[in-house]
Design a protein around this ligand. Structure first.
Ligand code: BGC
Length: 819
């Protein structure tokens, strides 16, 4: 294939080569039909594969990063990779934009939920498994964001000031493993700077570390709109600017070559990386694409499918349950359905479990109510639902479950007046719809267009609803033919990538159960406007005494399940949180429900650590993270004991943010004067808590099981350590045996303990197993600054073996000799 790639490069003009160094559109790279080079298609990720639709083509919504981190199960995550490869194939996607492997420094960072853990080893092993799973399906992973994209505050400009040891020993570890152990095919540079230089123009990080030291031969692409220069970027090693049309590479790169600023050989190298990637995903080597225009030859254009198969759902549910952490259990869980006649399901997140916001979001096949999932598992019980309180920051998008078919019909017109018959009709499963460029490929390029979105809406509550219409372009909302919101002269707002209007609101009376026809028409305000968009918001009327009703329902029930947390309005790409508190009245609600019913299970649906001031009083607390669309059923499985809560915390839950690694220092987080200084060095997460002796609320590696384990002595073997464990409970149980390293007299400052190995086992009642954990010389290593390399010092070490970073069952002394 190298010859074919060389031949292709030799056959290309400079302009053709340059065209392959930038996206053509949001999700496609340019094609060269005369040479049979199709358009590579990329897609977010990582919690599913969205495809290129911006109106909601459905795909399986999968557990978020911290949920995956909580599984501590590389074998399962590798099967999740198989699912993702199948999802990508269904959407004709060649490159999945994930996994996100930045190390969690602070729980406040907006994308904490996308990352796996505060520990580099755990993150690395899961990332390797994820990548191996996806790539064996012929789909590339694009690992991101390289490097230190650890917060959203000033993410496009801030410089992470980080020393060499911290960078290599903590933050680069997952990337290094992805290259050396999983041969990842693509990598995305981060928005931010590291030590003063943008990540997309770092000769040191991309050139010396990634390419030379690790031997990466894949493609380096920028984050979206994260390229800042032409010559410096490509000379540092950036291959591809995303998205298109290009701002810095593409034609500007060809011009830079002609001006003598960049050697053509550099561009050849970039194209070689792209063609190698295309070869790896099996799209190179086709015949020349006859008669196709360069920007239309998308491999998957028009060929996206919805799969929704049982096998994928099963894996998704397994990850959801294996990622759920049982934090507290005062002999409440699991619950025998025979003992329960009424269940009160309470809380703002019980209506539909939330996901985090931003590019990782996909449109799910179904939005399951926790009450419905529980009702299936408790067939004899009466299940009542009370919201209790609300945590919406803004008027929420209309709940599509209230539309016939849970979807809008979208009609596309080849005129601006919505006149005559539509050219084509499709369905939208997302309440926020956007159309960039030509709204639909069946429309006539260059003409005028418009869109009508309609649906039959049956409200579930009577009263005055608050409606809001936000659009890109002019828009009108009609209900049963009557004009209700006129946004034909929109005022500039912030949505739809800055092209959107303000939200125009009005009140409207609806009666529960009586259907109305909703119609939203959207058309461009000026010709050539490249984006149209519409979002109908609909806030249900306030329920009188909602809080009191919830508490009363809890008091009257045999079992209360209260589901609290965050959602995409509180936790998202684009901004950080301000504190650990659950927003709104949620803490007060949980406290009142616990006081009303001591059989209360609190479910926390958030992507990162939150404050849980009532945890000690609750009957049980389950941390389910953002578990994806199988999450509600996974939760019900756990409540009745059909599944184990298999998760262990991949991140410390502190009492206060100040207790954590970044402390109270504004320089360490969120940064000052454009810099965020990694003052904690290698003392991230539990390394910090244990070294300084600070007590967290729940420690790293912690999680309860329905099983109960007894253990024997620890033995060192030729390959590592071994320990006999027995499940002495009457139920199946999960154990994640963990090994931490303590250097007894280190030559440099080292953390009190560092995770160096783990194994997850599931044992039946009375089952005994000898759990072996392999260790090798690299388990003892640290990054040596003088040698600029990993190093293992000879000397005394202690191994700490246990069920969490603090629940240590046994220790073993090890003497590492001189080689
Ligand atoms: C995010 C990336 C994402 C890209 C494309 C960016 O805003 O940082 O993670 O892959 O958008 O959606």
């Amino acid at each position: 294939m190298t010859t074919q790639i060389d031949d292709l490069i030799a056959a290309m003009t400079l302009d053709e080569k340059a065209s392959l160094t930038a996206g053509a559109t949001l999700w496609y790279v340019a094609s060269i039909p005369r040479l049979g080079i199709p358009a590579l298609k990329v897609s977010d990720g990582p919690s599913g594969v969205r495809g290129d639709s911006m109106i909601g083509r459905r795909s399986l919504s999968l557990p978020c990063g911290t949920a995956i981190g909580s599984t501590w199960n590389p074998e399962l995550v590798s099967r999740l990779g198989d699912v993702l490869a199948a999802e990508a194939a269904a959407k004709s996607v060649n490159v999945l934009l994930g996994p996100t492997v930045c190390i969690i420094r602070t729980p406040l960072a907006g994308r904490t939920f996308e990352s796996y853990s505060e520990d580099p080893l755990l993150t690395a092993l899961l990332a390797v498994a994820y990548i191996q799973g996806v790539q064996r399906g012929g789909v590339a992973c694009c690992i991101k964001h390289f490097a230190c994209n650890d917060q959203e505050y000033e993410r496009m400009t801030i410089s992470a000031q980080v020393d060499e040891r911290t960078l290599h020993e903590i933050h680069l570890v997952p990337f290094e493993a992805a290259v050396s152990e999983a041969s990842v095919w693509a990598l995305m540079t981060a928005y931010n700077k590291v030590n003063g230089t943008y990540c997309g123009e770092q000769p040191d990080l991309i050139g010396r570390v990634l390419r030379d030291r690790w031997g990466f031969d894949g493609l380096v692409m920028s984050d979206w709109f994260g390229t800042h220069s032409t010559a410096p970027a490509v000379q540092a090693g950036l291959d591809l600017e995303m998205p298109g049309p290009s701002a810095w590479l593409g034609p500007s790169l060809a011009a830079a070559v002609r001006a003598g600023e960049v050697e053509e050989a550099v561009v050849d190298g970039q194209v070689r990386h792209l063609l190698t990637l295309m070869d790896r995903v099996g799209i190179l080597g086709g015949a020349a694409v006859q008669g196709a225009s360069p920007d239309v030859v998308g491999v998957g254009r028009g060929a996206e499918r919805e799969t929704n198969d049982t096998w994928s759902r099963q894996v998704a549910r397994e990850v959801a349950t294996e990622g759920t952490v049982l934090l507290v259990n005062r002999q409440l869980l699991p619950v025998d359905p025979a003992t329960v006649r009424t269940i009160a399901v309470i809380g703002p997140n019980a209506g539909a479990l939330a996901m985090g916001g931003g590019s990782s979001e996909v449109t799910p096949y179904r939005r399951r109510r926790v009450a419905d999932a529980l009702a299936e598992r408790f067939p004899a019980a009466e299940v009542v639902y009370e919201e209790g309180c609300r945590i919406t920051k803004h008027l929420p998008t209309l709940d599509l479950r209230l539309l016939d078919g849970e979807a809008y019909q979208v009609e596309y017109f080849d005129n601006a007046e919505r006149a005559g018959d539509p050219v084509i009709t499709e369905q939208a499963y997302n309440g926020r719809m956007a159309w960039v460029g030509l709204p639909h490929s069946s429309l006539t390029e260059g003409g005028s267009h418009s869109v009508r979105v309609s649906g039959r809406f049956t409200p579930d509550v009577s009263g005055t609803w608050r409606l809001g219409l936000e659009s890109a372009g002019a828009a009108e909302l009609r209900i049963d033919g009557e004009l209700v919101i006129d946004n034909s002269r929109p005022e500039r707002g912030t949505g739809f990538y800055g092209a959107g209007s303000t939200l125009v609101e009005t009140d409207y009376p609806f009666e529960a159960g009586t259907a109305s026809e909703i119609s939203i028409e959207v058309w461009p305000r000026k010709s050539g406007w490249p984006i149209l968009g519409a979002r109908l918001a609909a806030g249900r009327p306030e329920v009188a005494n909602s809080f009191e009703r919830a508490v009363a329902a809890a008091a009257a029930a045999d079992l209360a399940v209260v589901v609290v947390g965050l959602n995409s309005e509180w936790e998202s790409e684009g901004f950080d949180r301000h504190d650990l508190r659950l927003p709104g009245e949620q803490d007060r609600l949980v406290e009142a429900v616990i006081a009303a019913n001591d059989r209360t299970v609190v479910v926390v649906n958030a992507g990162s650590p939150v404050d849980l001031p009532w945890a000690e009083q609750a009957g049980a607390v389950l941390m389910c993270w953002y578990p994806g669309e199988e999450g509600a059923d996974g939760l019900a499985d756990i409540v009745v004991g059909a599944a184990e809560p298999g998760g262990r915390l991949p991140v410390t839950f502190p009492y206060t943010v100040g207790d954590g690694a970044t402390g109270e220092s504004a320089r360490a987080y969120p940064g000052t004067d454009g810099e965020v200084v990694y003052e904690e060095g290698v003392m991230v997460g539990y390394r910090h808590f244990n070294t300084l002796g600070i007590e967290p609320r729940f420690c790293f590696g912690y999680g309860l099981s329905y099983g109960d384990f007894h253990h024997g002595d620890v033995h060192t073997t030729s390959r590592g350590i071994a320990m006999e464990v027995t499940n002495v409970a009457a139920r199946r149980g999960t154990l994640v045996l963990q090994v931490y390293l303590r250097a007894v007299e280190p030559e440099v400052v080292r953390p009190d303990r560092e995770l160096i190995g783990f194994r997850k086992v599931v044992l039946d009642p009375e089952q005994t197993e000898t759990v072996e954990i392999e260790l090798d010389a690299s388990s003892f290593r640290y990054w040596h600054v003088d040698g600029h390399a990993w190093r293992t010092d000879p000397g005394q070490y202690q191994l700490l073996i246990g069920a969490s970073s603090q629940d240590i069952w046994a220790t073993a002394d090890i003497n590492v000799g001189v080689d």
